[in-house]
Design a protein around this ligand. Structure first.
Ligand code: RUB
Length: 311
């Protein structure tokens, strides 16, 4: 990727996503939409192909920041679909604003819909740090339900601490546990709600590493496992057989062994895993709770025309 040809706003956003200063699928989507809008405003001459080429190059660079969360290419493609119109700059700006607004609205709609699944007195388990899952929990709490939440630590980056603090700030009864304590605590859990980095056309969930083992434990105890996923978290290309790349991050995030062991002990750090559809009770979207089997229809409905691949 030619960093030199990209302006600061694009390079900065790319780097912040890569080093996880900006993280979480929804935030990543909104950040790239906003960066593309700001960048388009800096390009004066839009008469020739240069505008289009520059925007496409910027979109490509943003897409390369992290490989798994589909909100990233979906947001870039949605914004860049403005290039195929008579007023490309105007439509890039409009699309970016539309994406950011509808992403935020979707999170609150998901909160309202998902909170209907939570009953007074229930304990919810969540993993990692998902705006959409937190929206479900907060809405249940704000509607007067007396709930408790168990948050996993979410090694190695410990995003669970962010979730625990956000919930405690709302006055929600919050407990933080280490990831390996989920099965110990699952007897106290009534429902699991997690976020989503991507949903495939056959209804599988790609989310933070550890989500699939939690789903398996919930399945064993017959506890509902739900994922909160805006429609832009559905992966259009899985419908044509593409598979999703699971990001492997630097192993230094896990541990630094002393010199003696560096060559003797391998470390692996996959950041996401795949939860098969049979362990998922429902996908909470802004248009309702759909069964995992409905994922194909969502992709067809939302990505058939709108989210065209422009790169
Ligand atoms: C974050 C993660 C979140 C999803 C959904 O992983 O797995 O569950 O991105 O989040 P990371 P949201 O910290 O590696 O980005 O609901 O906020 O989009």
């Amino acid at each position: 990727m030619k960093h030199n040809n990209n302006p600061n706003i694009i390079i900065d956003t790319h780097n912040k996503i890569k080093n996880m200063e900006i993280r979480g699928a929804g935030r990543i989507g909104r950040a790239v939409a906003s960066a593309l809008k700001e960048y388009s405003l800096t390009i004066q001459n839009i008469e020739n192909n240069e505008f289009k080429e520059k925007m496409i190059e910027a979109g490509g660079m943003l897409k390369s920041a992290r490989p798994t969360a589909v909100s990233l290419p979906n947001a870039v493609n949605y914004v860049l679909s403005g290039l195929n119109t008579n007023n490309p700059k105007e439509n890039i700006i409009l699309n970016a604003e539309k994406f950011i607004k509808s992403s935020s609205e979707a999170t609150s709609k998901i909160g309202k819909i998902g909170s209907n699944r939570i009953k007074d007195g229930w304990t919810i388990l969540t993993h990692c740090n998902s705006e959409a899952a937190i929206s479900v929990i907060k809405t249940a709490h704000n509607s007067g339900k007396n709930i408790k939440v168990i948050c996993t630590e979410t090694r190695p980056r410990n995003q669970g601490y962010l979730t625990a603090k956000a919930l405690a700030d709302e006055g929600i009864d919050t407990t933080l546990i280490v990831d390996s304590a989920v099965r110990y605590h699952i007897k106290d859990v009534d429902i699991v709600v997690v976020g989503a980095d991507a949903i495939t056309s056959n209804g599988c969930l790609v989310n933070k590493i550890g989500s699939s083992q939690i789903a398996l434990m919930a399945y064993e105890r017959k506890i509902p496992f739900l994922t909160a996923a805006e429609t832009y978290k559905f992966h259009p290309k899985t419908i044509i057989g593409e598979t999703i790349e699971i990001e492997e991050r630097a192993v230094g995030e896990i541990h630094e062994f002393e010199e003696k062991y560096k060559d003797k002990i391998k470390l692996r750090n996959p950041a996401f895993d795949i939860t098969p559809s049979q362990y998922i009770d429902g996908i909470i979207t802004e248009i309702g709770i759909i069964p995992p089997q409905g994922a194909w229809h969502i992709i067809e409905k939302y990505f058939g025309n709108v989210f065209k691949e422009t790169l």
